[in-house]
Design a protein around this ligand. Sequence first.
Ligand code: NAI
Length: 257
Amino acid sequence: MSNAMSTAPAILVTGGASGIGFAVVDAVLAEGWRAICADVSEPNLASAREKLGHRAELRFEHLDVADEDAVVSAVATCEREFGPLAGIVNSAGIARDIPALETSAKIFRQVLDVNLLGTFLVAREAAKAMRGRGDGAIVNLASVSGLVGNQGRTAYGSSKGGVIVMTQVLALEFAPLGIRVNAIAPGPIDTPMVKEMHSEKARAAWIDLVPQQRYGTPADVASAAVFLLDARKSGYVTGQTICVDGGFTATRLRTSG
Ligand code: NAI
């Protein structure tokens, strides 16, 4: 490993093989940093590998964030084989759009396991690795559905609301360790997850509620993640949730008079 390589920050991105996570991996590499693209889906990892190619500054890791032993082992292996972590982006997530009356305990637990517990496990292990190094950063993907009540999001919204409060608690506990912890709450972003979940009708309803009148792009979210990872740009920002939502959560009335 060359000198330049070993000093470039290494960023672990969970859910890195699709959508927002993939855009974050791309943006991290564009910054001249190094990236670990971690994902549970082999097909998504294969497609990401094909798109990004083989590079010394990039590592792919099969990881289920909800599996505690796997998370402990993956963080340790990445540290040992790829170099010290400088930051992580927790983008791994699953969504369910299902009425509360039809939401089983099984579905609820599945969503919490990946979105909330998985985010916690990766943050905890990364913090153990990054503590005391200075300028460590954790960025968690929350959602506007964790801030306001969106239909069909009992389990999903609860998991994301949990991520927002967890971000605040971790910011407090990790500040003395030299680690900042922030969250991003995206509005509707055009990714495979959303393409699967949003019908044409839902799409029109979202666009109507977003003042910028469009879906966001994965790159819109990735640039916010880069800002939060970079201590030169956001060194005094911790415990915050930044909405990247075209104004969705900031507004109500559309017409007057
Ligand atoms: P996506 O479905 O395109 O990508 C998510 C990736 O996470 C997939 O590659 C999937 O294999 C991976 N993943 C799922 N479970 C995993 C697990 N247990 N361990 C490791 N990897 C796992 O989804 P998208 O849209 O890119 O979402 C990324 C994050 O952003 C999620 O946390 C999502 O809840 C959040 N978000 C997305 C919004 C959107 O409109 N797309 C809006 C608000 C939040």
